[in-house]
Ligand binder design. Structure first.
Ligand SMILES: [Zn+2]
Length: 475
């Protein structure tokens, strides 16, 4: 048995212990920050991706896959972009024994891979909108401490890239992305805020960057993903133009939407507890684990009954695992709790006779599941489990925020703070210094916290231009 560190007192230690002990990753690979996707972690990732694909394709986006290597000259076309990524890219300079004429960049993200080709694909207004996405690995030379799923050098990455006729359509695309993310987040039971980043913290080359942030304990937040409005910042240098119906020529307005394996880190961080990981059922590698309990004199009945139950649930399309290994039942219970399985069904002699399994969900709630109605009763229990888990996450989310009415309230904050800010960079940096973290930015749309008119800026006291903003310690 593993003694997990305390989540609230030693969050990072707790997180690292859980991802490792739950067998979600193996970080013993010989390149720092490049971890191995183990079978259990891979299954969780595949389920996460399934939700992403379902929701993004519902908005009319189509899958593509571009090469991983980008010629240096294409990479360098958008100046802010190359400046932003300069210190973070892996370079390929040799092919076999020869130096390459044009060095290659291992994609840190795919704007500069795709956009020279978008210039060929987009000709007329009839080619718009162009909405495509890919799920690929991208590479960033992280110099900060790497952590599984949260900060890595080889990133499992979802990126949508779109071309729109004008700014209004691009803004609409951003809205549609944020709505798609709300549906994904519902499946992950991840409460979050959409926050417009301040100018000094935008994605390199973006006109507007909206981040999806969630609190993960104390004043810490995790950025789950981002949506960016590029305007013509990339279409200009890459020459992505279209001919309108009246024959006039225009640059497209572009948007992107990015998500990564951080979502898996966030699910561990938000839902996990003192017993380990907790998976909402849409993401869980196994939704149900069945444990036969073979005591003395029980014969084979529990095993046979457990196998029957497994087959029924498999045929109903459930992800189910029959744990008939040699370990004692107590050790199995402990293991599956640590690995975050939503629902466990125990089958002993009594259960085999009554054809009714003892059900225990990962929040500790007990009941029974009749073999002959297992399909519907398991579906009901999982739905109820997901609802309760989402409610627990929502309660923690609401408790994670507190207002700040002066700079002096920010030091040593153990919550994410919302406050009034005049919008100037100078005051923004004063707020960041006071909290020793970041001004995350201003809310995009409604939040449960920031109703009403904000007061004067907490840094300079001015009321004109004052708006709500959030400050925290991003992980
Ligand atoms: Zn101010």
């Amino acid at each position: 048995m593993v003694d997990l560190p305390d989540k609230s007192a030693a969050f990072i230690d707790w997180y690292l212990a859980v991802v490792e002990e739950a067998h979600l990753t193996d970080k013993r690979y010989a390149v720092k920050g490049m971890n191995i996707w183990t079978p259990y972690g891979f299954a969780a990732r595949r389920n996460l991706d399934r939700v992403i694909v379902r929701e993004i394709e519902a908005t009319g986006s189509l899958p593509v896959e571009f090469p991983a290597l980008i010629p240096a000259n294409e990479f360098a076309k958008e100046k802010e972009h190359i400046k932003g990524f300069d210190a973070q890219v892996f370079w390929i300079t040799k092919g076999g024994e020869s130096e390459l004429d044009i060095p290659l960049v291992l994609r840190p993200t795919s704007e500069t891979a795709m956009y020279p080709v978008f210039a060929l694909w987009v000709r007329s207004h009839r080619d718009l909108p162009l909405n495509v996405y890919q799920i690929v690995n991208v590479f960033r030379y992280e110099t900060k401490t790497t952590r599984p799923f949260l900060r890595v050098r080889e990133i499992h990455f979802f990126e949508e890239h779109t071309c729109q006729a004008d700014e209004a359509h691009a803004t609409e695309r951003v809205r549609s992305n944020l709505a798609a993310f709300r549906k994904m987040a519902e499946a992950y039971a991840l409460p979050h805020l959409a926050i417009r980043r301040p100018d000094w913290d935008k994605f390199p080359g973006a006109h507007v960057s909206i981040a999806l942030d969630t609190p993960v304990g104390g004043a810490r937040t995790l950025q789950l993903g981002t949506v960016h409005l590029y305007q013509e910042n990339f279409s200009g240098p890459y020459g992505i133009r279209y001919e309108a119906a009246d024959g006039s020529s225009h640059l497209v307005h572009q948007t992107t939407f990015g998500l990564s394996e951080r979502l898996l880190g966030a699910i561990v961080a938000v839902h996990g507890d003192r017993k380990g990981a907790v998976f909402p059922s849409p993401v869980a590698p196994y939704e149900v684990v069945i444990v036969p309990i073979v005591g003395t004199g029980g014969g084979d009945a529990p095993r046979t009954a457990a196998a029957e139950l497994r087959d029924r649930l498999l045929h109903a399309g459930r992800r189910v695992y029959l744990d008939d290994g040699e370990e004692r039942p107590g050790a199995k219970f402990y293991r599956w709790e640590l690995q975050g399985v939503p629902l466990r069904l125990d089958v002993g002699r009594r259960e085999a006779e009554s054809r009714s399994a003892t059900a225990v969900d990962r929040l500790g709630r007990r009941g029974t599941v009749a073999f002959d109605r297992a399909e519907t009763e398991v579906a009901d229990r999982l739905r109820e489990f997901d609802r309760a888990l989402a409610e627990r996450a929502d309660d923690a989310f609401r408790a994670a925020f507190a207002p700040a009415r002066g700079l002096d309230e920010l030091a040593g904050s153990s919550q994410v703070r919302y406050l009034s800010w005049c919008g100037t960079e100078e005051c923004g940096h004063r707020i960041e210094t006071a909290i020793d973290g970041a001004l995350l930015g201003t809310p995009e749309g409604e939040t449960p916290f920031t109703g009403g008119t904000p007061g004067p800026c907490i840094a300079c006291g001015r009321s004109d231009g004052a708006r709500w903003a959030f400050a925290a310690h991003p992980l």
